[in-house]
Design a protein around this ligand. Structure first.
Ligand SMILES: Cc1ncc(COP(=O)(O)O)c(C=O)c1O
Length: 390
Protein backbone atom coordinates (compact mmCIF):
# COMPACT_ATOMS: atom_id res chain seq x y z
CA UNK A 1 0.00 0.00 0.00
CA UNK A 2 1.23 3.54 -0.72
CA UNK A 3 2.14 5.75 2.23
CA UNK A 4 -0.79 8.00 1.35
CA UNK A 5 -3.28 5.19 1.82
CA UNK A 6 -1.92 4.21 5.22
CA UNK A 7 -1.99 7.76 6.61
CA UNK A 8 -4.82 8.68 8.96
CA UNK A 9 -7.15 11.44 7.72
CA UNK A 10 -6.05 15.00 8.55
CA UNK A 11 -7.85 16.18 11.69
CA UNK A 12 -8.99 19.68 10.77
CA UNK A 13 -8.64 22.17 13.64
CA UNK A 14 -12.00 23.48 14.85
CA UNK A 15 -14.06 21.55 12.29
CA UNK A 16 -17.75 22.31 12.87
CA UNK A 17 -20.33 19.64 13.57
CA UNK A 18 -22.96 19.89 10.84
CA UNK A 19 -26.05 17.66 11.16
CA UNK A 20 -28.89 16.80 8.81
CA UNK A 21 -31.02 19.58 10.39
CA UNK A 22 -28.70 22.30 9.08
CA UNK A 23 -28.42 20.62 5.67
CA UNK A 24 -32.20 20.24 5.26
CA UNK A 25 -32.79 23.84 6.39
CA UNK A 26 -30.25 25.22 3.91
CA UNK A 27 -31.89 23.21 1.12
CA UNK A 28 -35.35 24.44 2.20
CA UNK A 29 -34.01 28.01 2.22
CA UNK A 30 -32.59 27.58 -1.28
CA UNK A 31 -35.89 26.13 -2.51
CA UNK A 32 -37.88 28.96 -0.87
CA UNK A 33 -36.40 31.47 -3.29
CA UNK A 34 -35.50 33.83 -0.40
CA UNK A 35 -31.76 33.63 0.32
CA UNK A 36 -31.09 37.11 1.69
CA UNK A 37 -32.02 38.70 5.03
CA UNK A 38 -35.55 37.50 5.78
CA UNK A 39 -37.71 35.24 7.94
CA UNK A 40 -34.92 32.83 8.92
CA UNK A 41 -32.70 35.67 10.15
CA UNK A 42 -35.67 37.06 12.11
CA UNK A 43 -36.27 33.62 13.68
CA UNK A 44 -32.58 33.21 14.47
CA UNK A 45 -32.58 36.63 16.18
CA UNK A 46 -35.64 35.69 18.27
CA UNK A 47 -34.09 32.34 19.25
CA UNK A 48 -30.79 34.00 20.13
CA UNK A 49 -32.53 36.66 22.24
CA UNK A 50 -34.40 33.92 24.14
CA UNK A 51 -31.14 31.97 24.59
CA UNK A 52 -29.41 34.97 26.19
CA UNK A 53 -32.54 36.11 28.07
CA UNK A 54 -32.98 39.51 26.36
CA UNK A 55 -35.72 41.17 24.30
CA UNK A 56 -35.99 40.59 20.53
CA UNK A 57 -35.35 44.33 20.13
CA UNK A 58 -31.94 43.95 21.79
CA UNK A 59 -30.32 41.77 19.11
CA UNK A 60 -29.29 42.19 15.47
CA UNK A 61 -27.74 39.51 13.30
CA UNK A 62 -24.83 40.60 11.10
CA UNK A 63 -22.32 38.91 8.81
CA UNK A 64 -19.39 38.78 11.28
CA UNK A 65 -18.23 39.66 14.75
CA UNK A 66 -15.87 42.19 13.16
CA UNK A 67 -18.91 43.97 11.72
CA UNK A 68 -20.68 43.71 15.09
CA UNK A 69 -17.73 45.34 16.88
CA UNK A 70 -17.46 48.08 14.24
CA UNK A 71 -21.09 49.19 14.23
CA UNK A 72 -21.39 48.82 18.02
CA UNK A 73 -18.63 51.36 18.52
CA UNK A 74 -20.31 53.73 16.04
CA UNK A 75 -23.76 53.25 17.61
CA UNK A 76 -22.26 53.93 21.05
CA UNK A 77 -21.45 57.39 19.69
CA UNK A 78 -17.87 57.42 20.87
CA UNK A 79 -16.23 60.66 19.79
CA UNK A 80 -13.70 60.01 16.96
CA UNK A 81 -10.10 59.95 18.17
CA UNK A 82 -11.06 58.66 21.63
CA UNK A 83 -9.09 55.84 23.21
CA UNK A 84 -10.45 52.32 23.60
CA UNK A 85 -8.64 49.95 25.98
CA UNK A 86 -8.37 46.35 24.86
CA UNK A 87 -6.20 43.25 25.20
CA UNK A 88 -3.03 42.48 23.22
CA UNK A 89 -3.94 38.76 23.26
CA UNK A 90 -6.71 38.75 20.68
CA UNK A 91 -7.46 38.29 17.02
CA UNK A 92 -6.50 41.29 14.88
CA UNK A 93 -10.21 41.95 14.14
CA UNK A 94 -10.73 43.34 17.65
CA UNK A 95 -8.10 46.04 17.14
CA UNK A 96 -8.94 46.64 13.47
CA UNK A 97 -12.60 47.30 14.36
CA UNK A 98 -11.47 50.01 16.81
CA UNK A 99 -9.44 51.60 14.00
CA UNK A 100 -12.30 51.33 11.48
CA UNK A 101 -14.54 53.14 13.97
CA UNK A 102 -12.08 56.06 13.93
CA UNK A 103 -10.87 55.33 17.47
CA UNK A 104 -7.46 54.75 19.02
CA UNK A 105 -6.60 51.31 20.45
CA UNK A 106 -4.73 51.24 23.76
CA UNK A 107 -3.46 47.87 24.96
CA UNK A 108 -3.60 46.67 28.58
CA UNK A 109 -1.70 43.49 29.42
CA UNK A 110 -3.36 40.20 30.36
CA UNK A 111 -3.30 38.19 33.57
CA UNK A 112 -0.80 35.35 32.92
CA UNK A 113 -3.10 32.74 34.44
CA UNK A 114 -6.50 33.62 32.93
CA UNK A 115 -5.00 35.13 29.74
CA UNK A 116 -7.78 37.76 29.99
CA UNK A 117 -7.27 41.52 30.24
CA UNK A 118 -6.09 42.47 33.73
CA UNK A 119 -8.41 45.03 35.43
CA UNK A 120 -5.40 46.68 37.15
CA UNK A 121 -3.75 47.13 33.76
CA UNK A 122 -6.98 48.72 32.46
CA UNK A 123 -6.94 51.24 35.35
CA UNK A 124 -3.30 52.02 34.64
CA UNK A 125 -4.03 52.65 30.93
CA UNK A 126 -6.85 55.17 31.50
CA UNK A 127 -6.16 58.72 30.28
CA UNK A 128 -8.42 61.77 29.87
CA UNK A 129 -9.09 60.53 26.29
CA UNK A 130 -10.33 57.05 27.29
CA UNK A 131 -13.97 56.48 26.37
CA UNK A 132 -14.38 52.70 26.18
CA UNK A 133 -13.15 49.29 27.31
CA UNK A 134 -13.27 46.33 24.92
CA UNK A 135 -12.67 43.13 26.91
CA UNK A 136 -12.29 39.83 25.03
CA UNK A 137 -13.48 36.67 26.80
CA UNK A 138 -10.45 34.72 25.66
CA UNK A 139 -10.92 31.02 24.82
CA UNK A 140 -14.41 31.22 26.37
CA UNK A 141 -13.18 32.22 29.84
CA UNK A 142 -15.20 35.15 31.19
CA UNK A 143 -13.25 38.31 31.99
CA UNK A 144 -13.55 39.76 35.50
CA UNK A 145 -16.78 41.59 34.59
CA UNK A 146 -17.47 42.77 38.15
CA UNK A 147 -14.17 44.67 38.25
CA UNK A 148 -14.37 45.84 34.63
CA UNK A 149 -17.89 47.23 35.07
CA UNK A 150 -16.83 48.96 38.31
CA UNK A 151 -13.96 50.66 36.43
CA UNK A 152 -16.36 51.64 33.62
CA UNK A 153 -18.84 53.16 36.08
CA UNK A 154 -16.09 55.03 37.92
CA UNK A 155 -14.71 56.59 34.72
CA UNK A 156 -17.98 56.77 32.76
CA UNK A 157 -16.76 54.44 30.00
CA UNK A 158 -18.63 52.47 27.35
CA UNK A 159 -18.05 48.69 27.51
CA UNK A 160 -18.18 46.55 24.39
CA UNK A 161 -17.68 42.84 25.08
CA UNK A 162 -15.97 40.71 22.43
CA UNK A 163 -17.82 37.42 22.96
CA UNK A 164 -16.45 35.72 19.81
CA UNK A 165 -15.30 32.73 21.92
CA UNK A 166 -17.99 32.78 24.53
CA UNK A 167 -21.52 32.37 23.19
CA UNK A 168 -22.65 30.18 26.07
CA UNK A 169 -20.43 31.53 28.85
CA UNK A 170 -21.61 33.25 32.03
CA UNK A 171 -20.19 35.35 34.84
CA UNK A 172 -22.00 35.21 38.21
CA UNK A 173 -24.84 33.35 36.49
CA UNK A 174 -25.36 36.13 33.93
CA UNK A 175 -24.75 35.62 30.17
CA UNK A 176 -21.70 37.34 28.72
CA UNK A 177 -22.59 40.11 26.33
CA UNK A 178 -25.26 41.43 28.72
CA UNK A 179 -22.84 43.29 31.03
CA UNK A 180 -21.56 45.93 28.63
CA UNK A 181 -23.39 48.41 26.42
CA UNK A 182 -22.88 45.89 23.61
CA UNK A 183 -21.91 42.23 23.31
CA UNK A 184 -20.53 41.01 19.97
CA UNK A 185 -20.62 37.35 18.91
CA UNK A 186 -18.95 35.41 16.08
CA UNK A 187 -20.43 32.48 14.18
CA UNK A 188 -17.33 31.89 12.05
CA UNK A 189 -16.66 28.26 10.98
CA UNK A 190 -14.48 27.36 13.97
CA UNK A 191 -16.68 29.00 16.62
CA UNK A 192 -18.98 27.36 19.20
CA UNK A 193 -22.01 28.25 17.09
CA UNK A 194 -21.44 28.27 13.34
CA UNK A 195 -23.21 29.97 10.42
CA UNK A 196 -20.15 29.93 8.09
CA UNK A 197 -19.56 33.65 8.42
CA UNK A 198 -21.85 35.47 10.83
CA UNK A 199 -22.22 37.46 13.98
CA UNK A 200 -24.69 38.97 16.42
CA UNK A 201 -24.90 42.28 18.23
CA UNK A 202 -26.55 42.31 21.63
CA UNK A 203 -27.33 45.80 22.90
CA UNK A 204 -28.41 46.96 26.35
CA UNK A 205 -30.19 50.00 24.92
CA UNK A 206 -32.89 49.28 22.34
CA UNK A 207 -32.28 52.68 20.73
CA UNK A 208 -28.57 52.09 20.28
CA UNK A 209 -29.25 48.59 18.99
CA UNK A 210 -31.74 49.99 16.47
CA UNK A 211 -29.04 52.37 15.27
CA UNK A 212 -26.49 49.55 15.00
CA UNK A 213 -29.01 47.58 12.93
CA UNK A 214 -29.48 50.51 10.50
CA UNK A 215 -25.71 51.06 10.27
CA UNK A 216 -25.28 47.38 9.40
CA UNK A 217 -27.50 47.77 6.31
CA UNK A 218 -26.35 50.83 4.36
CA UNK A 219 -28.02 53.20 6.86
CA UNK A 220 -31.41 52.16 5.43
CA UNK A 221 -34.56 52.41 7.51
CA UNK A 222 -35.97 49.06 6.21
CA UNK A 223 -34.36 45.77 5.23
CA UNK A 224 -35.21 43.93 2.00
CA UNK A 225 -37.70 41.54 3.60
CA UNK A 226 -39.68 44.56 4.76
CA UNK A 227 -39.48 46.13 1.29
CA UNK A 228 -40.17 43.13 -0.93
CA UNK A 229 -41.92 40.73 1.50
CA UNK A 230 -45.54 39.61 1.39
CA UNK A 231 -46.87 42.81 2.99
CA UNK A 232 -46.44 44.84 -0.20
CA UNK A 233 -43.59 47.11 -1.28
CA UNK A 234 -42.50 49.67 1.29
CA UNK A 235 -40.31 52.69 0.62
CA UNK A 236 -37.17 53.12 2.69
CA UNK A 237 -35.04 56.09 3.58
CA UNK A 238 -31.29 56.30 3.94
CA UNK A 239 -30.73 57.98 7.27
CA UNK A 240 -26.95 57.42 7.67
CA UNK A 241 -23.99 56.30 5.58
CA UNK A 242 -23.93 52.66 6.70
CA UNK A 243 -22.25 49.40 5.77
CA UNK A 244 -23.18 46.10 4.06
CA UNK A 245 -23.06 43.87 7.10
CA UNK A 246 -26.38 41.98 7.03
CA UNK A 247 -26.73 38.25 7.65
CA UNK A 248 -28.39 36.09 4.95
CA UNK A 249 -31.22 33.61 5.54
CA UNK A 250 -28.88 31.01 4.07
CA UNK A 251 -26.54 31.60 7.03
CA UNK A 252 -29.36 31.78 9.59
CA UNK A 253 -30.62 28.43 8.27
CA UNK A 254 -27.43 26.86 9.64
CA UNK A 255 -27.52 28.97 12.82
CA UNK A 256 -31.06 27.95 13.82
CA UNK A 257 -29.99 24.31 14.19
CA UNK A 258 -26.57 25.10 15.64
CA UNK A 259 -28.24 27.20 18.34
CA UNK A 260 -30.62 24.35 19.17
CA UNK A 261 -27.54 22.14 19.85
CA UNK A 262 -25.34 24.74 21.51
CA UNK A 263 -25.64 23.16 24.99
CA UNK A 264 -25.13 19.63 23.71
CA UNK A 265 -22.00 20.75 21.85
CA UNK A 266 -20.74 22.59 24.93
CA UNK A 267 -21.12 19.39 26.99
CA UNK A 268 -19.17 17.39 24.40
CA UNK A 269 -16.33 19.97 24.38
CA UNK A 270 -16.34 19.97 28.19
CA UNK A 271 -15.97 16.19 28.16
CA UNK A 272 -13.01 16.38 25.75
CA UNK A 273 -11.50 19.18 27.87
CA UNK A 274 -11.69 16.95 30.95
CA UNK A 275 -10.00 14.08 29.12
CA UNK A 276 -7.18 16.37 27.96
CA UNK A 277 -6.73 17.71 31.51
CA UNK A 278 -6.30 14.16 32.81
CA UNK A 279 -4.13 12.92 29.93
CA UNK A 280 -1.72 15.86 30.07
CA UNK A 281 -1.49 16.33 33.84
CA UNK A 282 2.03 14.83 34.03
CA UNK A 283 3.46 16.52 30.92
CA UNK A 284 5.93 19.41 31.24
CA UNK A 285 3.45 21.82 29.65
CA UNK A 286 1.14 24.40 31.25
CA UNK A 287 -2.52 23.50 30.95
CA UNK A 288 -5.45 25.94 30.91
CA UNK A 289 -6.20 27.27 34.41
CA UNK A 290 -9.29 25.88 36.13
CA UNK A 291 -12.50 27.79 35.44
CA UNK A 292 -13.32 30.30 38.20
CA UNK A 293 -16.13 28.94 40.39
CA UNK A 294 -18.50 31.90 39.75
CA UNK A 295 -18.27 31.43 35.98
CA UNK A 296 -19.35 29.16 33.19
CA UNK A 297 -16.41 28.74 30.81
CA UNK A 298 -17.29 28.60 27.10
CA UNK A 299 -14.69 25.83 26.48
CA UNK A 300 -13.80 27.28 23.08
CA UNK A 301 -10.02 26.80 22.91
CA UNK A 302 -7.87 24.30 24.77
CA UNK A 303 -4.54 26.10 24.88
CA UNK A 304 -1.32 24.62 26.28
CA UNK A 305 1.98 26.41 26.81
CA UNK A 306 5.17 24.93 25.35
CA UNK A 307 8.14 26.40 27.20
CA UNK A 308 11.16 25.19 25.20
CA UNK A 309 13.36 24.92 28.32
CA UNK A 310 10.87 22.69 30.14
CA UNK A 311 9.69 20.70 27.14
CA UNK A 312 12.94 20.32 25.18
CA UNK A 313 11.09 21.39 22.06
CA UNK A 314 10.22 24.79 20.60
CA UNK A 315 6.57 25.73 20.23
CA UNK A 316 6.85 25.89 16.44
CA UNK A 317 8.54 22.46 16.35
CA UNK A 318 5.58 21.11 18.30
CA UNK A 319 3.19 22.62 15.72
CA UNK A 320 5.16 20.94 12.93
CA UNK A 321 5.26 17.59 14.73
CA UNK A 322 1.47 17.70 15.22
CA UNK A 323 1.05 18.52 11.55
CA UNK A 324 3.26 15.56 10.65
CA UNK A 325 0.94 13.43 12.82
CA UNK A 326 -1.86 14.84 10.62
CA UNK A 327 -3.40 16.87 13.42
CA UNK A 328 -4.35 20.51 12.82
CA UNK A 329 -3.47 23.02 15.55
CA UNK A 330 -3.86 26.77 16.06
CA UNK A 331 -2.04 29.67 17.70
CA UNK A 332 -4.29 32.01 19.67
CA UNK A 333 -2.60 34.41 19.43
CA UNK A 334 0.74 35.94 18.72
CA UNK A 335 0.26 39.17 20.69
CA UNK A 336 -0.99 42.09 18.60
CA UNK A 337 2.30 44.06 18.82
CA UNK A 338 4.17 41.16 17.16
CA UNK A 339 2.60 42.19 13.83
CA UNK A 340 4.41 44.67 11.56
CA UNK A 341 1.36 46.84 10.84
CA UNK A 342 0.83 47.77 14.49
CA UNK A 343 4.57 48.17 15.07
CA UNK A 344 4.80 50.63 12.17
CA UNK A 345 1.56 52.45 12.95
CA UNK A 346 1.91 52.82 16.73
CA UNK A 347 5.60 52.04 17.41
CA UNK A 348 4.41 49.19 19.65
CA UNK A 349 6.92 46.54 20.75
CA UNK A 350 5.82 43.15 22.13
CA UNK A 351 7.96 43.65 25.27
CA UNK A 352 5.64 46.46 26.40
CA UNK A 353 3.01 43.79 27.22
CA UNK A 354 5.24 40.99 28.56
CA UNK A 355 2.50 38.59 29.70
CA UNK A 356 0.75 38.60 26.32
CA UNK A 357 4.11 38.33 24.54
CA UNK A 358 5.19 35.25 26.53
CA UNK A 359 1.82 33.54 26.17
CA UNK A 360 1.66 34.29 22.45
CA UNK A 361 5.12 32.81 21.88
CA UNK A 362 4.40 29.59 23.82
CA UNK A 363 0.74 28.87 23.15
CA UNK A 364 -0.73 26.07 21.06
CA UNK A 365 -4.44 25.32 20.65
CA UNK A 366 -5.11 21.65 20.17
CA UNK A 367 -8.27 20.40 18.46
CA UNK A 368 -11.48 20.80 20.47
CA UNK A 369 -14.68 20.28 18.54
CA UNK A 370 -17.96 18.46 19.08
CA UNK A 371 -17.34 16.86 15.69
CA UNK A 372 -14.40 14.86 17.16
CA UNK A 373 -14.92 11.16 17.83
CA UNK A 374 -13.39 9.46 20.87
CA UNK A 375 -10.86 8.01 18.41
CA UNK A 376 -9.90 11.53 17.28
CA UNK A 377 -9.46 12.62 20.90
CA UNK A 378 -7.28 9.56 21.53
CA UNK A 379 -5.11 10.39 18.52
CA UNK A 380 -4.55 13.95 19.79
CA UNK A 381 -3.63 12.69 23.26
CA UNK A 382 -1.26 10.01 21.93
CA UNK A 383 0.48 12.40 19.53
CA UNK A 384 0.86 15.11 22.19
CA UNK A 385 2.38 12.66 24.69
CA UNK A 386 4.67 11.11 22.09
CA UNK A 387 5.95 14.48 20.80
CA UNK A 388 6.65 15.61 24.36
CA UNK A 389 8.54 12.39 25.03
CA UNK A 390 6.12 10.93 27.58
C1 LIG B 1 -11.53 37.27 19.73
C2 LIG B 1 -12.10 37.47 18.36
N1 LIG B 1 -12.69 38.63 18.07
C3 LIG B 1 -13.23 38.86 16.87
C4 LIG B 1 -13.21 37.91 15.88
C5 LIG B 1 -13.79 38.21 14.56
O1 LIG B 1 -14.86 37.36 14.27
P1 LIG B 1 -15.43 37.25 12.78
O2 LIG B 1 -14.54 36.31 12.03
O3 LIG B 1 -16.82 36.68 12.97
O4 LIG B 1 -15.46 38.61 12.22
C6 LIG B 1 -12.61 36.67 16.14
C7 LIG B 1 -12.56 35.64 15.08
O5 LIG B 1 -11.74 34.79 15.00
C8 LIG B 1 -12.04 36.45 17.41
O6 LIG B 1 -11.45 35.28 17.68
Amino acid sequence: MSAELTQPPFLVFGAPQIDEGEIDEVVACLRSGWLGTGPRVAQFERDFAAFRGVQDTQVAAVNSCTAALHVSMLAADIEPGSEVITTPLTFCATVNAILHAGLVPVLADVDPLTQNIDPDAIEAAITPRTRAILPVHFAGRPCAMDQIMAIARKHNLVVIEDCAHAVEAEFDGRPLGTFGDFGCFSFYVTKNLVTGEGGMILGRSEDQLARARILALHGMSKDAWHRFGDKGYKHYQVVECGFKYNMMDLQAAIGLHQLARVEQNWRRRSEIWQRYDEAFAQLPITLPALAQSNTRHGRHLYTVMIDAKQCGIERDEFLEAMNAARIGTGVHYLSIPEHPYYQQQFSWRPEQWPNAMKLGRETVSIPLSPAMSDGDVGRVMDATRRILGA
